[in-house]
Design a protein around this ligand. Structure first.
Ligand code: MG
Ligand code: ZN
Length: 322
């Protein structure tokens, strides 16, 4: 689970607004991840997502390729090759940098139509997010939706449709571009995590699911403390859904981290009894600080310590036994 732009200040802003606690505190082991990219001290979400997904530091803007442009295999692709079910869920366009890093291989994050084709041609079991226009309103006039159906994907365009599907492949595109911010988008994220788990858990070999709380980052870019809190609390409710499933199936590991921090956020005041929190920001861009890694469940001890963002892949491969 990736909170885009989620540094320790974002976590504690949510914790303060929630009067002192978050579901993610149930995590048993915590580490810190170094997020710099191959070509920059401060990463973007493409290089950050690619590092987590593939264990390769790449240049800012690159999706699932190394600095020379060669495709590198993602944890999702390793899982699919090994017969596990796989999925991605994001509270933004599914072709956006973070989810794309787990599925696509393209030199530039802006190539969202090409990234949509990579989703079509991937072995992924399900995806739930926005970005429908990159599938059916394209500059090449090709409609990928019937092609997704030919590949065995059931199509869904609303959460009511998503919730009805508990087996098979699923391509859920619930917004033309991005979903609204929280609370306007409602319970999209926790409900999608529940729907995804319900579908993926049918595979007795197991599954890999990447969930992104996408808009914590956008709140940081906007230097907006209230939006940061809203997105953080929404992401935390999605974390609770994953933890609840891990409690039912003790072979489950939940890892929560970020690709980078956004905004250089600091908390300069607050009140744990009222939930007031005062944030201030050093930049409208990303910052370089290490980000937290929280782990819960089977194998969670592997995520204690201080390490490179690229070490997360090796830990996951070792735990899966791939
Ligand atoms: Mg993102
Ligand atoms: Zn950003």
């Amino acid at each position: 689970m990736i909170g885009d732009g989620m540094g320790v200040s974002q976590v504690y802003a949510g914790m303060t607004a929630n009067k002192g606690s978050l579901y993610l505190e149930k995590s048993q082991f915590v580490g810190l991840s170094k997020t710099y990219s191959a070509d920059r001290y401060i990463t973007d979400s493409a290089a950050g997502g690619t590092a987590i997904a593939t264990g390769t530091k790449t240049n800012n803007g690159a999706i699932g390729v190394d600095p020379d442009g060669n495709p590198v295999k993602s944890i999702l692709e390793y899982a699919a090759e090994n017969g596990l079910s796989t999925g991605v869920v994001a509270s933004c366009a599914i072709t956006h940098a973070t989810p794309a890093s787990f599925v696509a291989h393209q030199p530039k994050r802006g190539m969202q139509e090409e990234i949509a084709v990579d989703f079509l041609n991937s072995d992924i079991t399900l995806f739930i997010g926005g970005g429908k226009r990159y599938f059916n309103d394209r500059s090449d006039s090709v409609d990928l939706l019937p092609k997704l159906a030919e590949k065995g994907f059931q199509l869904a365009f609303t959460m009511d449709e998503v919730k009805e599907l508990t087996e098979g492949r699923l391509a859920a595109l619930v917004a033309d571009e991005h979903q609204a911010s929280y609370p306007e988008r409602g319970e999209f994220l926790p409900e999608s995590v529940m729907a995804a788990i319900n579908l993926l858990k049918g595979n007795e070999k197991g599954f890999f699911l990447m969930v992104e709380g996408s808009q914590i980052d956008w709140a940081g870019h906007a230097n907006d403390t209230e939006a940061t809190v809203n997105e953080m609390l929404d992401f935390d409710r999605a974390i609770k859904v994953a933890f609840d499933y891990a409690d039912q199936d003790p072979n489950t590991l939940v890892v929560i981290t970020a690709d980078h921090e956004t905004g250089g956020m600091a908390l300069t005041g607050g009140d744990l009894s009222t939930g007031e929190v005062e944030g201030t920001f050093a930049t409208t861009g990303h910052s370089s600080v290490m980000v937290p890694v929280f782990a819960y469940g089977a194998g969670s001890e592997a995520f204690a310590g201080i390490y490179e963002n690229t070490d997360i892949l090796a830990k996951l491969l070792s735990l899966y036994g791939f």
